[in-house]
Design a protein around this ligand. Sequence first.
Ligand code: C5P
Length: 254
Amino acid sequence: MSDESRPPAAGARSEAPVAAVIPAAGRGVRLGPGAPKALRTLGGTPMLIHAVRALAASRAVRLVVVVAPPEGTAEVKSLLDAHALPERTDVLVVPGGSSRQESVRLGLDALPPGHDIVLVHDAARPLVPVDTVDAVIEAVRAGAPAVVPALPLADTVKQVEPAAAPGAPEPVVATPDRSLLRAVQTPQGFDRATLVRAHETVTTDVTDDASMVEQLGERVVTVPGHEEAFKVTRPLDLVLAEAVLARRRLTDGF
Ligand code: C5P
């Protein structure tokens, strides 16, 4: 369904403007040597620009806060100046921290008042389709305090006792029922006050924002994720991302 033809969602937050925080301050060590991951190019355009455009493609998103590598803030600002975004979208750039969690918190600190729904989206997921972004926003607008896009797993998952040395055999201790597991993606969507409270309260290390909201005892729900919202982590992911871009160019002139 196109954005224009979608009926307005019910509820008090149906008109709330949406802000997106994009943590982009990671080094991307697993991708190999080179520039910070978010600044590496896909189809000639930095991954970060793809990610910002993917979120700004949603008409609900009015502000994007990019959390940049601290030493690369000026470079990120000039990159954003050099690439067109929809006129309705404002962009702020702030320096990031030493962990993803800290970078997201610094992005939240920079949010002006008036955006009651916040998305958090990894710069490393540059190709998320706008329909996935809109599905997350709609679920928050419908009343969920936290929403994550999720996909069933293709692989069976084993819980192990981690080996001390890399590559050494690891004893398997359990095989969780795969039908109960989901791989989660971003953007994750939040009622802003709930996400801020989670970042103020939870001090343990986490790998996503929704798990902080879970620790508050608040309800977190999933919506269907998308295979093109994968995270670019290893060199093979860059090959896949280039292939997805090439297919989009062929099929819809993207
Ligand atoms: O390391 P990982 O792949 O989980 O990082 C996910 C996202 O968090 C990436 O977009 C990365 O740039 C960002 N990040 C960050 N600040 C850090 C570490 C990671 O903004 N210190």
